[in-house]
Ligand binder design. Structure first.
Ligand code: SF4
Length: 288
């Protein structure tokens, strides 16, 4: 079987994840152990690699019982209550909150302070319970409404002023539809374009990449929010799209002689993992 295999040059970690992983690795180089509050990246193989270097993943519950130690806050950010807990427990923080998320947190606080006095509400389009969403909602004392679909948007209270934000990794097209709907119900609603530029551009580019290939291998952790969105985008354009976490999941029956195979991934997929799949497919191509 002859395969033409290409890695999407724009896939791989986003800047926020690169920064967090680099800071963790730099620290681990001399300390050999570091505790991260939550998974630093939604990718089990990358987590295994970092765990082998001494990274330990803790939950918020674990942090409550941790004293006089060092914790890493990942790119998604945290609500102010986590910082208060860290201060109370004398925990030093390596803060890897992505600068884009920090700006969004600030904006949410600023808008809430301005509109809440007039009965205004802050609405966040995002996944309920996602760490970034928890961090955003926590900026304003949990006084935000989280929506995850047009259907949930239809249940908003349109008699009150409204400001809309999005989790940074949501689908720009879906956010556009939700914004239009909200503006149709409440034309004076404030709509903020808060999808990360890296994510938004990746959507446009990935559509093109999906069209250019006869089959797509999409690599990402199953729990990655961004992975779910990007995989759906690939599948909507190219029905021969397959989502996997590692090379062992590749089923050769997916592939046909002469296929143009595109390998791509989420903002939490490391480049080395895409390269591993590339090598695997090259071997498959040569051996048959
Ligand atoms: S997706 Fe964008 S906002 Fe989110 S961590 Fe990555 S760079 Fe930061």
């Amino acid at each position: 079987m002859n395969l033409n295999v290409e890695i999407d040059p724009r896939s791989g970690f986003c800047n926020g994840v690169v920064r967090a992983v680099e800071q963790a690795e730099n620290y681990l180089e001399f300390s050999k152990s570091l505790k991260s509050l939550g998974s630093i990246v939604h990718n089990s193989l990358e987590l295994e690699r970092l765990k082998a270097k001494g990274l330990e993943i803790l939950s918020l519950e674990d942090i409550r019982n941790l004293k006089n130690d060092v914790i890493l806050i990942r790119a998604h950010g945290e609500p102010p209550s986590t910082y208060a807990l860290a201060r109370a427990n004398n925990l030093q923080i390596i803060d890897c909150t992505c600068p884009v998320v920090l700006k969004l947190q600030e904006k949410v606080r600023e808008v809430y302070d301005r509109i809440s006095g007039e009965g205004g509400q802050v609405v966040i389009f995002g996944r309920q319970g996602h760490a970034e969403v928890n961090g955003l909602v926590g900026q304003i004392g949990d006084n935000a409404v989280v929506i995850d679909s047009l259907e949930s948007a239809s249940r908003l209270d349109f008699s009150r002023p409204l400001a809309l934000f999005s989790q940074t990794t949501k689908d720009p097209v879906e956010y556009g539809k939700i914004s239009d709907y909200i503006l149709s119900r409440r034309p004076d609603a404030e709509v903020y374009d808060t999808i990360c530029r890296q994510v938004a551009h990746r959507h446009e580019y990935l559509l093109e990449f999906a069209r250019k290939h006869t089959v797509l291998i999409f690599v990402s952790g199953r729990e990655s929010s961004n992975g779910k969105v990007l995989f759906e985008l690939c599948r909507s354009t190219n029905p021969r799209s397959y989502w996997l976490e590692n090379a062992s999941e590749i089923d050769p029956s997916w592939l046909r002689d002469g296929d143009y195979v595109g390998i791509c991934g989420a903002t939490s997929t490391p480049k080395w993992q895409l390269e591993e799949i590339f090598i695997y497919l090259q071997k498959l191509s040569d051996n048959q």
